[in-house]
Design a protein around this ligand. Structure first.
Ligand code: HMG
Ligand code: MG
Length: 293
């Protein structure tokens, strides 16, 4: 069984110029949950000055339907204060393998971010002993500002996040450049327990499913995706959409890998949001499903 971490409500909406009303976000999460997705990254407790689209995190949280495992991004102590006040049990800390990117994204170097996250992790653990922490390593393959990233740099940051106490790390192909050969090269450099590593592919160049196939064949089972292929990072020009959950599910279902998720319901889940944003569906599997009687 693989685990799918649905990041649509967070990664999918953080980059959109149109503001989505809070109630629409909650309804989107409800539809995702009904499709069988359990782990859903619902929002971010980042600065609303930096990402106004998710400024309603504290209002959204109590509206989330019961039964999901919801997480939220936390960038600093202020974000942790807000997340704790809101009752969040699962947080995601996010840094990168490249200083140039972390400077633009969170106004810190990688080393500074690890110091901040170490303190955030410690406080979260003491206040939420049952809580769960994910650590993201963005620009795992390439940085939009500094170019190619050495696999050892990504591996080093991932290892430090796990040593610090993260339950898992997610390796982000933030601008969607990687191909399977690079997945293999990064995996060779990692040397981490496979069950603690998730793969987060943006599908900018249509290589995400090929990369998933590679990671799966190497024994990895945790994958991030976004319903309707929504997504992007406001601080990574050209990030493009995330791997669409529909495309991931089509590949897994047809490969005989159980997911427990109804791909038809996922294909329908993002439609009201896409229409609100004035976008047409772009996931190939979603389009194929919708065109069938
Ligand atoms: P800063 O400007 O250096 O921080 O930003 P600051 O401490 O100077 O604060 C500036 C203002 O924001 C202050 O308000 C703070 O109180 C407030 P003012 O005094 O001016 O009124 N503030 C906050 N308010 C609410 N919640 C907070 C918070 N923090 C400060 N948590 C900061 C530093 C980290 C805050 C900022 O850079 C930030 O929020 N960045 C987030 C960027 C972001 O969300 N990027 C997208 C997510 S990462 C991603 O998409 C990649 C991923 O998907 C994986 C992949 O694809 O690779 C995860
Ligand atoms: Mg992302």
């Amino acid at each position: 069984m693989v685990r799918i971490v649905e990041v649509g409500p967070r990664d999918g909406l953080q980059n959109e110029p149109t503001a989505v009303p809070t109630a629409e976000k909650a309804a989107f999460v409800q539809r995702l949950l009904e499709s069988g997705l359990k782990e859903i990254e619902a929002t971010s407790f980042v600065s609303p000055k930096w990402v106004p689209q998710l400024g309603d995190a504290a209002e959204l949280w109590p509206l989330l339907p019961k039964g999901g495992l919801y997480s939220a991004l936390v960038p600093n102590e202020r974000g942790l204060d807000r997340a704790l006040e809101t009752g969040v049990q699962r947080i995601a800390l996010f840094t990168a393998a490249s200083d140039a990117f972390t400077q633009k994204n969170i106004n810190m170097t990688v080393a500074e971010s690890l110091d901040v996250f170490s303190a955030v992790m410690e406080r979260f653990r003491s206040e939420r002993p049952e809580g769960w922490v994910r650590g993201y390593v963005s620009t795992a393959f390439e940085c939009p500002y500094a170019g190619k990233v050495d696999p050892s740099a990504t591996a080093d940051v991932a290892r430090r996040l796990l040593e610090m106490g993260a339950d898992e790390v997610s390796l982000g192909d933030t601008i969607g450049v990687a191909v399977p050969r690079e997945v293999r090269a990064l995996e060779r450099a990692l040397g981490l327990p496979k069950e603690k590593v998730a793969w987060h592919f943006h599908d900018t160049r249509g290589t995400a499913v090929a990369n998933i196939a590679e990671a799966l064949s190497l024994g990895y089972t945790v994958f991030d995706s976004s319903a309707g292929g929504l997504g992007g990072c406001p601080y990574a020009p050209g990030a493009g959409g995330n791997l669409a959950t529909e495309d991931l599910l089509y590949f897994l279902d047809r490969s005989g890998v159980p997911t427990g998720v109804d791909h038809r319901l996922v294909a329908e889940a993002s439609l009201p949001i896409l229409s609100l944003l004035g976008r047409s569906p772009s996931s190939k599997a979603q389009l194929a499903l919708l065109s069938r009687p």
